[in-house]
Design a protein around this ligand. Structure first.
Ligand code: MN
Length: 378
């Protein structure tokens, strides 16, 4: 709602936003007490951050989330003056991704979890459909000229490594944390995981995704839960595994194959952006109404197959962050948004990509861009 007010009494010449309009909601990812070095109190003090994107980090893919645990998490977050703006992630079991007969039981659990989240008034769920490895990086602490460290990727390093050694090669740089998708218990079974996917190609993966979505859409409609698939990162096949959520063509195919507004996307600029052929503002515009969550970060390319995660500022990397935020503004994006991975700066020791300082700078910068876009559009 727009309001006019005046120090002298009734009316002034300026219009201010009283908070009644729908607008994007700046958030920060938080892994939960005992799993995150960053506290809710710290998050609360970042200007403009109203909510967290969180999860039950100690659950395994396929496990049912009880209403009690969701409720307890919600109470903890709300006691700090924040809210739960969405879940990242409710992970999808490999049996669902591979179409194994066991999937029925895991989909039933997933539906029950969504129902429990809906009952607790949580309406956005991020997930991914990547086989075996979640996001892949070849370095977790590449030094930049200013002394900060960042996650980085080179295709040459991936091509040279045995996938079973992938975890070993980066685990030493995790600062003692457990990184999402790289849980040691899961990585101990990498060989079996590869075996499960040996007959799965892109078409089969699409088919299994469609099956999953069709099964969960009724509960999503009932509780207004917006499903937001996270893109594959990097946006191409690694180690010969199929990867489908990688470009505009595929994501539009997915939106059409289960044509329901609750079937939507997490627009992650840093993941789609790994492929320089992806025109990020154009993709955002083509997904109007289906972007339920946004991850905004910048990458710096040293070559098309060697990139590192930069500061959010456009000038520090290869993307035009203003154009990305402008596209989100133009399509009327009103969901949760978060700065994505940050650099490790000011001697912070935290999960790579998930320190407090650089993500707080990112949130402030993205809020600044948004304010400027909003004011100049009026
Ligand atoms: Mn992301």
């Amino acid at each position: 709602m727009s309001c006019k007010s005046d120090i002298t009494g009734d009316k002034t010449p300026f219009t201010f936003n009283s908070g009644g309009t729908k607008a994007m909601e700046m958030t920060l990812r938080w892994y939960g007490t005992g799993h995150d070095t960053v506290t809710l109190k710290q998050i609360r003090q970042i200007p403009g951050v109203k909510g967290v994107i969180t999860t039950l980090y100690d659950t395994s893919p396929g496990e049912l989330w009880s209403r009690e645990r969701i409720h307890a998490l919600k109470e903890e977050v709300e006691a700090s003056g924040l809210k739960i703006s969405g879940i990242e992630s409710v992970n999808v079991h490999d049996a669902i991704k591979t179409g194994d007969p066991e999937r029925e039981e895991y989909i039933d659990n997933y539906i029950e979890t969504l129902k429990n989240l809906g009952e607790e008034d949580i309406h956005m769920v991020c997930y991914n459909f990547m086989p075996v490895f979640d996001w892949t990086r070849t370095e977790l602490a590449r030094m930049r000229p200013d002394g900060s460290t960042v996650l980085a990727y080179t295709q040459e390093a991936v091509d040279a490594i045995d996938p079973e050694k992938m975890f070993e090669s980066i685990s030493g740089d995790m600062n003692g944390t457990i990184m999402p998708g790289w849980e040691p218990e899961r990585m101990a079974h990498v060989k079996e995981l590869f075996e499960m996917y040996k007959d799965i190609d892109d078409e089969k993966l699409f088919e299994n995704l469609k099956y999953f979505l069709e099964r969960i859409m009724p509960v999503c409609n009932e509780y207004d839960i917006r499903m937001a698939i996270h893109p594959d990162d990097p946006a191409w096949s690694v180690f010969g595994l199929p990867r489908i959520i990688i470009n505009k063509e595929n994501i539009l195919r997915m939106m059409k194959m289960v044509d329901d507004p609750h079937n939507g996307v997490t627009f992650c600029s840093g993941s789609y952006g790994t492929n320089l052929k992806n025109d990020l503002p154009d993709m955002i515009r083509s997904l109007k109404g289906r972007i339920h969550f946004a991850h905004v970060r910048n990458l710096k390319f040293n070559s098309p197959t060697d990139f590192e995660e930069a500061a959010h500022l456009s000038a520090d990397g290869s993307f035009d962050m203003y154009e990305i935020m402008k596209a989100l503004y133009d399509i009327g994006f009103d969901g949760p948004i978060r700065p994505d991975h940050g650099r490790m700066i000011w001697d912070e020791v935290a999960m790579p990509g998930y320190g407090l300082y650089d993500r707080a700078l990112g949130a402030a910068y993205l809020n600044g861009l948004w304010e400027a876009i909003e004011k100049s559009s009026k």
